[in-house]
Design a protein around this ligand. Sequence first.
Ligand code: 6PG
Length: 247
Amino acid sequence: MTSAPAAGDPLRVARDRRELAGEAFRVVRECLRSALERREEASLVLAGGSTPLGLYQRLGRGGGSLEWERIRLFWSDERCVEPGDRASNFGAVREALLSKLGRRPAGVHRILGELSAAAAAESYESELRRHLGRAPSFDLVILGIGADGHTASLFPGGPELESPRLVAPSRSPQPPVERVTLTLTAINAARAVLFLVSGAGKRQVLRRLRPPAPDLSLPAARVRPLGAAPVWIVDREAAGEAALARG
Ligand code: 6PG
């Protein structure tokens, strides 16, 4: 594990996805423990996609020292599919984490992908406000990025990028097209954000997202949580030497 020498959001480079998962596990555990020292419950938002799966498996196997009974789980986004569908972000977490944890979190708040995107977004916004109050501030939001600079299911040029709501329907250029996503309003109210990025396919977009001049046309570049700059954990394939040189 190495850290980039440059300024800007902290970037940690892992040798491979296994080391990325290990470092992410340490960051998540520390963040949740710190939150539970200050508040009765902690709120953790889980990303979709494949990169975080190693982390979720680590949490399922080794997260026993965490007080899961005081931790509420939420999702950054969901595809409009049944929870048992192989494309479901909830289904991936159920398989990698929940089925192995052996303990019951304070809440498992999945996005109802079986509904229409609009109905699921309405429902999830109410769920967030019911459990986190009128102005939810998640303790930690885990996010990935796509090669097009999307994050969660916030896609370049999408109207959801300007939404004042906490949750919005969106449309993905890749199937499943119908999505539901936390908005920048919800994400940027978080106390902490952790980006996990892996694979050579992300090298180009990572370069466009890093200092000195992040490309603000990319949704991931507009993630600027009030609490602190996002933490980035990337593998060596995504980092590439050039990306590191630019900071
Ligand atoms: C989704 C995710 C999406 C994902 C990125 C990265 O529902 O697909 O929320 O934003 O995090 O596309 O995916 P990978 O980790 O598989 O590269």
